[in-house]
Design a protein around this ligand. Structure first.
Ligand code: ADP
Length: 431
C-alpha cells in the first residue's frame, strides 16, 4: 500500500463520518451534538491506535503488525520495513565481527587489546595459552598488575612501538616470548606476543655448532702445523723434494687456523650481547699502530696515511676494536695496487666520531655492497683466498661495531676505490 492511498482512505473515512453524524443530527435535530460525538469517536480511535503503536514498538518481534490497512497500516508497514533493513545490517555486522574475532582467535600469536591506561579490553585464545590470561577474571584488569614483571611494565610505560622485548612466559620458564606493541583506535594499543622458543633454540644450535666445530678443528690443526714446521727444519730429508709440498701444506694449515680463529671470534661476539664498556680505547694510538704494522707487511703495500681529527676515545673492548681497524686496513691494502693510497681517518662529525678507511683500489660493484658482511661472502672468492682472506673479516667488523652501538657504511665506485665508515655514537665516546 502506498502513502497516498492511505491518506485517501483516511480522508474518505472522515468525510463518511461527518456525513453520517450530520444525517443523524438532522434526523434528531441535534446536528452539533452528533458532529461533536463523531469528532470524539475519531479522536479516541486515533489515541487508541497510538497507544497500540507505542506498545508494539516496545517489542516488535513479539507480536504481528496490529493494523494492515488505512493510514495506520501504512505507518506500521513503513516502520517494519525500516526495522527489517536495520536488522539485516546488524546481522551483517555481527557476522563480520564474529568472523574477525574467530580469525584473530585462530592466530598463533597472543593479541591483547589494551585501553590507553593499560586496562585489558579483549584478548585471543593464544593470549590465554601464552600469557595465562583468563577471560572472566582478567578483562578490565591492568595488564601490568597481573604480571608484575618490571621489565614488561617499563616496556609498556615507554610505549615505543619500534622496539621488542624478550621475556620468559609467565608460568613456563622454558618458553620465551617476543613482545611488541602496536597502536590502534583512540590511544588504545595492542600487545602482541610471539612464541620464539624454537627460533632461539635454532640460533643457539647454530652458534654452538660453529663454536664446537672450531674447537674440534683447532687442536688437530695445531698438531699438523707443528709437524710441518718440524719437517721444514729437519736435516735428514732432502729439502728440495719436500720443500714445495711442505710450503703448500703450511700455507693451507695457516689458512685453516685463521678461519677457525675468525669463526671462534664470531661465536664469542655472538654469545655475549654487550661489550665491556669499562675501558676507554685510545683510537688515535690504535689507528697509528695498525697503519704502521700494515705498512710494513710487504714492499708492495700501497702508502698508508693517517688523518686524525679527533682525540675522543671509545668506551669498549680494545682487542675487538683493533680487529675492526686491522680488518678494514688489510682489506684496503689487499684491494689497492702498490702505487695507490690508503687513508685511515679518525674524525669528529658533530656528536659522533667516524673511523674511515679509504682506498684508491679496485672498488666494489654496488650489487655486492649489501652482502659484504655476510659470512664467507666474497666478490671474488679465488682472489680472496689467494690473498689469505677468510671471507669473515667484514662479518667480524659488523658484529664488533654492533656491540659498540656503532654502524658500518660502505661507499664504493668500481675502479675508483672504496670507503668504509664506522660511525660511533656520542654515548660510546669519551674525552
Ligand atoms: P676477505 O677475507 O675475503 O677479505 P671480508 O669479509 O673482509 O673477507 O671481505 C669480503 C669481501 O669484500 C672481500 O672478499 C672483497 O671482495 C670485498 N672487499 C672488502 N674490502 C674491500 C676493499 N677495500 N676494496 C674492494 N673490495 C673489498
Amino acid at each position: 500500500m502506498n502513502a497516498r492511498s492511505g491518506w485517501v482512505q483516511e480522508f474518505w473515512r472522515i468525510v463518511v463520518l461527518v456525513l453520517v453524524a450530520w444525517a443523524a443530527g438532522t434526523v434528531f435535530n441535534q446536528v452539533y451534538l452528533f458532529l461533536l460525538l463523531a469528532l470524539l469517536a475519531y479522536t479516541f480511535r486515533n489515541l487508541f491506535n497510538l497507544q497500540r503503536l507505542a506498545y508494539w514498538l516496545g517489542d516488535p518481534q513479539a507480536s504481528q503488525i496490529p493494523i494492515h490497512f488505512g493510514l495506520w497500516g501504512d505507518i506500521y508497514s513503513r516502520i517494519a520495513r525500516v526495522m527489517s533493513r536495520h536488522a539485516q545490517r546488524d546481522a551483517r555486522m555481527t557476522k563480520l565481527v564474529n568472523e574477525y574475532a574467530s580469525s584473530t582467535s585462530a592466530l598463533p600469536d597472543a593479541t591483547v587489546a589494551l585501553e590507553a591506561d593499560g586496562t585489558i579490553r579483549w584478548f585471543n585464545d593464544a593470549a590465554s595459552r601464552l600469557l595465562g590470561l583468563q577471560a572472566a577474571k582478567d578483562i578490565g584488569q591492568k595488564l601490568v598488575n597481573l604480571f608484575r614483571h618490571p621489565e614488561l611494565a617499563a616496556f609498556i610505560a615507554k610505549l615505543d612501538y619500534s622496539r621488542t622485548l624478550e621475556l620468559t612466559a609467565p608460568g613456563n620458564k622454558n618458553r620465551k616470548l617476543e613482545v611488541r606493541l602496536a597502536p590502534y583506535g583512540d590511544g588504545q594499543y595492542l600487545l602482541l606476543a610471539q612464541d620464539i622458543t624454537d627460533r632461539l633454540q635454532q640460533e643457539r644450535v647454530r652458534k654452538d655448532f660453529v663454536a664446537n666445530v672450531s674447537h674440534e678443528l683447532r687442536t688437530p690443526l695445531t698438531v699438523i702445523s707443528g709437524f710441518i714446521e718440524n719437517l721444514q727444519d729437519a736435516e735428514n730429508v732432502s729439502r728440495e723434494s719436500i720443500a714445495r709440498p711442505l710450503d703448500l701444506m703450511g700455507q693451507q694449515a695457516a689458512r685453516m687456523r685463521q678461519i677457525v680463529e675468525d669463526l671462534l671470534l664470531l661465536a664469542r661476539l655472538e654469545s655475549d650481547s654487550k661489550s665491556n664498556t669499562q675501558t676507554t680505547v685510545d683510537m688515535v694510538g690504535l689507528v697509528r699502530l695498525v697503519a704502521d704494522e700494515c705498512q710494513g707487511l710487504s714492499p708492495e703495500t700501497p702508502e698508508i696515511r693517517t688523518e686524525i681529527g679527533s682525540a675522543r676515545r671509545v668506551l669498549g673492548d680494545e682487542k675487538q676494536l683493533r680487529s675492526v681497524v686491522t680488518n678494514l686496513v688489510v682489506n684496503a691494502v689487499n684491494h689497492t695496487p702498490a702505487d695507490g693510497e690508503v687513508i685511515v681517518r679518525w674524525i669528529d662529525r658533530g656528536s659522533e666520531t667516524v673511523l674511515e678507511v679509504e682506498d684508491s683500489g679496485e672498488g666494489i660493484a654496488s650489487e655486492h655492497i649489501p652482502r659484504l658482511t655476510e659470512r664467507f661472502y666474497r666478490v671474488d672468492a679465488g682472489r680472496s683466498r689467494e690473498r689469505g682472506g677468510t671471507g669473515l673479516g667484514l662479518a667480524i667488523v659488523k658484529h664488533v661495531l654492533n656491540r659498540h652501538e656503532a654502524t658500518l657504511e660502505v661507499e664504493s665506485e668500481l675502479d675508483e676505490g672504496s670507503r668504509f665508515l664506522c660511525h660511533f655514537p656520542a654515548n660510546r665516546l669519551s674525552g
